[in-house]
Design a binder for this molecule. Structure first.
Ligand code: 3PG
Length: 210
């Protein structure tokens, strides 16, 4: 699947840190079972690329991507593992070029208006807003919508079920990213039904489509 927009697939992109690649497939399947067929594996652990590979091979119903792209080698490594999209917390020229060269849809990250403007200058209208809560949260995004209406965001960092609706109600937010769907203790106990339950709870939140 190559979506026209990474922001329109699911209302919440599960951001997942995997320490043991053996957990990857059951986590991905639990998210699909809960109604969220998208997963971002952060490249923060040695198991991440193998986790992407296993999910790409064994869970065809999920759209699998690599997050925490912070160096220029990672886009190609992620693509070779089977990643279908890329997410970065930042947006340096070299990272943008490496993500573009991978041929994969990708979300560069921003936290300031100047960074947003720079990405718009380079033809991006969709970006990650990170770290969302420390950088100003939903009020910040609402405040920049009027001066910079072309930008659309996937905020990530500090988003929880308690503030999810506030973000999704912001006119320039199409989806959010969050790690709360795959809590470390649930993964440790291999409590896959709990992960499915957290995923399906997202569907209870009213999803405005701006
Ligand atoms: C990310 O990688 O985008 C964030 O670290 C996820 O943030 P959260 O753990 O606060 O959801």
């Amino acid at each position: 699947m190559t979506p026209s927009s990474l922001l329109d697939i699911v209302p919440v992109i599960p951001v997942v840190v995997v320490h043991d690649a053996a957990d990857a497939v059951p986590i991905a399947q639990a998210l699909v079972d809960g109604g969220l067929p998208m997963i971002e594996l952060t490249l923060r652990t040695p198991a991440a690329l193998e986790a992407i590979k296993r999910i790409a091979n064994e869970v065809p119903d999920i759209f699998v991507g690599a997050g925490t792209i912070v160096d220029t080698h990672q886009p190609q490594q992620a693509a070779a593992a089977g990643a279908q999209f890329l997410v970065s917390p930042g947006s340096t020229p070299a990272l943008r070029a490496a993500m573009r060269d991978s041929g994969l849809p990708h979300l560069p990250g921003v936290a300031t208006v100047s960074e947003v403007l720079r990405l718009l200058e380079h033809g991006y209208t969709e970006m990650k807003f990170f770290p969302a809560e420390p950088a100003g949260g939903a009020p910040y995004l609402r405040a920049i919508h009027s001066p910079v209406p072309a930008a659309r965001f996937c905020p990530t960092g500090g988003i929880t079920p308690a503030n999810l609706a506030d973000y999704l109600n912001s006119p320039n937010v199409r989806c959010v990213g969050g790690s709360w769907l795959t809590p470390a203790d649930a993964v440790e106990r291999r409590d896959w039904p709990r992960i499915s339950g957290l995923a399906s709870a997202v569907r209870g939140v009213a999803i405005p489509r701006h």
